[in-house]
Design a protein around this ligand. Structure first.
Ligand SMILES: Nc1nc2c(ncn2[C@@H]2O[C@H](COP(=O)(O)OP(=O)(O)OP(=O)(O)O)[C@@H](O)[C@H]2O)c(=O)[nH]1
Ligand SMILES: [Mg+2]
Length: 302
């Protein structure tokens, strides 16, 4: 029978880089769908992640964190964020209270006020924030009347997810589900695999290097091993901006690339549920983050 009170809609996750947007999505859905890292600018795409329960379907839209525009790539990513907000029913605005609400967050507050969508503020990382600091942070936002609700969470530990979902349902429209209830995201498998590889690379890269790589899979073939087990053979190219970067990513005698490759293969085998053979190549594409046609080639043309 049709459930007349069924709610469904799109919730955009907005916030600075590193505040825990992707972590929240993975932990609410109970499965790793999007990559996370302690480095800035990890998410580079829009990904619909689909949560289902008895009376709702909520599509959490993971997007990059708002960035200081410093090249064409970051400009495009910022535009993607604004467009995603315009297309959504609800905004979850996440701040990292362990670091304190700062200038970058207030900049986003101002943008959100102009966009006229219901906004729920999430104070994240309460697991590493003292009660006293939490009070200081709450004080900073007490005059923001446009916020519908404020929920204190730990995206990492899963604290207060029930309160969050309850609050969200108040502002989602009634209507039938958009997706079947057995899929977790609308992302192509190859695309997820590229991100898994990038996650393992940025895990150990420093400074500007994590921001200046992108990964492209150019072969993704299913086959059988000698023992007749399923295997997927993947060739992926890691693009960097400069020859000096390439040397660092390859590492001494290829050691860095080899380690990252092993970590990626292990995770890909889990994700694809079969054996994986992974080959990584590093290539230079001069200043690709500033180049319109390179961005298009790499899928950053939103
Ligand atoms: N202690 C603690 N750490 C958290 C929490 N949520 C996220 N983190 C950590 O914060 C870092 C950034 O998390 P991400 O989920 O990648 O952040 P993001 O907002 O998606 O970042 P971008 O994709 O770069 O915009 C990771 O190291 C997470 O483990 C939390 O509730 N508590
Ligand atoms: Mg992210």
């Amino acid at each position: 029978m049709e459930n007349l009170n069924f709610k469904s809609g799109f919730a955009a996750l907005v916030g600075r880089t590193n505040v825990g947007k992707s972590t929240l999505i993975n932990n609410i859905l109970g499965s790793k769908i999007v990559i996370t890292s302690e480095k800035a600018q990890t998410t580079r795409n829009r990904v619909n992640c689909i949560y289902n329960d008895n009376d709702s379907q909520i599509i959490f839209v993971d997007i990059p964190g708002f960035l200081k525009p410093r090249n064409l790539l970051t400009e495009k990513l910022n535009k993607l964020i604004v467009n995603t907000i315009k297309d959504s029913d609800l905004v979850l605005f996440i701040v990292d209270v362990s670091k304190g609400i700062g200038k970058g967050d207030f900049f986003i507050f101002e943008k959100l006020m102009q966009l006229d969508k219901p906004v729920i503020l999430l104070l994240n990382k309460i697991d590493i924030t003292s009660g006293k600091n939490l009070e200081i942070e709450m004080e900073k936002i007490k005059d923001f009347d446009f916020l519908k609700e404020t929920v204190l969470i730990s995206a990492l530990k899963g604290t207060n997810f029930d309160k969050l979902l309850e609050a969200m349902k108040k502002y989602l429209p009634e209507g039938p589900a958009f997706y079947p209830d057995d899929i977790l995201s609308d992302r192509p498998v190859r695309n997820i695999a590229e991100d898994i590889i990038r996650e393992k690379l940025i895990y150990r890269l420093e400074d500007e290097l994590p921001h200046s790589i992108t990964v492209e899979i150019d072969k993704f073939e299913e086959g059988l091993t000698k023992a007749k087990e399923k295997i997927i053979r993947i060739n992926a190219i890691v693009y960097t901006q400069r020859q000096t970067h390439k040397l660092m990513i390859v590492g001494k005698n290829g050691s860095f690339l080899k380690e990252a490759g092993t970590m990626a293969r292990i995770e890909l085998e889990k994700f694809l549920d079969c054996k994986v053979h992974l080959e990584l190549w590093v290539k230079v594409r001069e200043n690709w983050t500033k180049n319109e046609s390179a961005l298009k080639d790499f899928g950053y043309d939103f």
